[in-house]
Structure formats: structure tokens, C-alpha cells
Design a protein around this ligand. Structure first.
Ligand code: ZN
Length: 260
């Protein structure tokens, strides 16, 4: 069973009537409900206002895939939690970033680039084109599908070149955008998926839900989590695999931790 945790800042739902009408129990609950319809997936939720944002070490240890929706409260996410999530990804946890999470701390941390987009909130039709029909994330989808109302994100998207581009979006105003991008960070599979503006019912859309189910399956990693990803051991001469005599000048003493 793939254990998914759907994380949402859950702020617009509390402060905006339109968002609250579309997602009365929050975007996280809508996504979790969709994932729980999928065979082999069990989804639970976590939100910003829970202690440690609901993302304790124990919670991450029992999360195979973390889905993330954030927007107006990126800055309220604790840096220590961001680092904890990054280490879980490097150790093998899957991570799926949704829509405005392009500017989340965790995505910028893992990408190392500004993650900028151009944008416009005008309820445009978005047409997503599948650019990788062979890919597990596009399984069961038509060659293209439409979302009648979406926010526009346009290129250039300030991210590193992805491993794979599985969707490209066209918008009524003429812009295009790489809407589905995969990355590997350490042992972790990372997927960015563009749609999901809060004032439109995007996460109720059957094709979008299929993408999220597919992506959750794709991102999950059956191997045990690697737990020592941030260690940088100083391996002493007397523990070298072959007999070794020290030579040359030295700065470090035997057993030093080294600088960070
Ligand atoms: Zn948006």
C-alpha cells in the first residue's frame, strides 16, 4: 500500500468564500478523497497550522509520497521542517508539488533556482498536451484535455532542465508552459504539476485526479528510506580497505568532523 500525505497550507479556504465553496473541507481533503479511490493508495492529510505543520519526523517516516499545495503562506513554513522534508526526499520519499507550490520553500530548496513564472488570473481555458505517452504519469489520459477555467502560468519557468517533460499547457491568451516535470533528487522522485488555482474546481476534474493518482504511484519508492543522507564521514587511514601510509601535508586531524 502506498501511503500518501496531502499537505496544504489551508489558508484561502478559511479566508475566501469562493475557495471555501469549491473546497468546503479544504483542497487537501479533496485530493486525499480522490487518492483514496485508487487501488493500492491510502491518503491522509496534514496542514500548516498543525504542530510542526503536521510533518513530524515520525509522520514523514511513514509517508511514501508527499503532495504539497501552498500559495500565500510559503513564508510561514518553518525552515527546519523544510530541511526535514528535503532530507526525506533525498532518502527516497516521493514529492509532488502542485500549482503555486512552484514558489514553496521546499521546491526552491530542491531545485536551487528561482522557480519563477509569468502569470495572469483571467479564468482562461488551459489545454494540457501529453508529451510523454509512454510515461506512467500519463497512463489512461487522452492526448490532450482541457480545464475551462485556470490561472495562466507562462514560460520561462525558472527551473532546472527536468528529467522528463510529461505535459505542456497552452492558454487562451497564447502562452505555453511546461506543466508536468519530473526530477530525481537523491533517491527521491519529484514531480511538479501546474494546474490547481484555488478559485477554480481543478482538483474535482477527473483527468487531474488521474494525474495525481498516477503521479503518486510513480513517485513512490519501494526501497527502504536512506536515513544517513546528510552524513559526510571522515574515514580514517587505519580503516582504509587497503594498507595505506599517510603522506603529504595535513590540515585535518584524524577523526575530525570536517567543515560544513
Ligand atoms: Zn494560482
Amino acid at each position: 500500500m502506498i501511503r500518501a500525505t496531502v499537505w496544504n497550507e489551508n489558508v484561502h479556504e478559511q479566508t475566501n468564500e469562493i475557495v471555501a465553496q469549491i473546497y468546503p473541507d479544504g483542497i487537501h481533503a479533496c485530493i486525499a478523497e480522490a487518492l483514496n479511490q485508487a487501488v493500492g493508495v491510502t491518503a491522509t492529510t496534514a496542514t500548516l497550522h498543525e504542530p510542526e505543520h503536521g510533518l513530524t519526523a515520525a509522520r514523514l517516516a511513514e509517508t511514501d509520497v508527499l503532495l504539497w499545495w501552498g500559495h500565500c503562506a510559503h513564508g510561514d513554513v518553518d525552515d527546519a521542517v523544510v530541511e526535514r522534508v528535503a532530507e526525506a526526499v533525498w532518502g527516497g520519499m516521493g514529492l509532488i508539488l502542485l500549482h503555486s507550490s512552484h514558489f514553496s520553500k521546499i521546491f526552491k530548496r530542491l531545485m536551487g533556482t528561482p522557480c519563477t513564472v509569468t502569470w495572469r488570473e483571467a479564468g482562461e481555458r488551459e489545454r494540457l498536451w501529453v508529451t510523454a505517452r509512454h510515461h506512467p504519469i500519463t497512463a489512461g489520459l487522452p492526448d490532450h484535455f482541457e480545464l475551462e477555467h485556470e490561472e495562466m502560468y507562462g514560460e520561462p519557468f525558472g527551473v532546472p532542465e527536468p528529467l522528463e517533460t510529461v505535459f505542456i499547457s497552452w492558454f487562451q491568451g497564447g502562452e505555453v508552459f511546461r506543466s508536468g516535470l519530473t526530477y530525481k533528487r537523491g533517491a527521491g522522485n519529484v514531480f511538479y504539476f501546474r494546474p490547481g488555482h484555488e478559485t477554480y474546481p481543478t482538483f474535482h476534474d477527473a483527468n487531474v485526479q488521474q494525474v495525481l493518482i498516477n503521479a503518486t504511484r510513480w513517485a513512490s519508492n519501494a526501497a527502504a528510506r536512506i536515513t544517513n543522507v546528510t552524513e559526510a564521514p571522515n574515514t580514517p587511514v587505519d580503516r582504509a580497505l587497503e594498507p595505506l601510509a599517510e603522506r603529504g601535508a595535513k590540515l585535518h586531524r584524524a577523526g575530525d568532523d570536517g567543515f560544513r
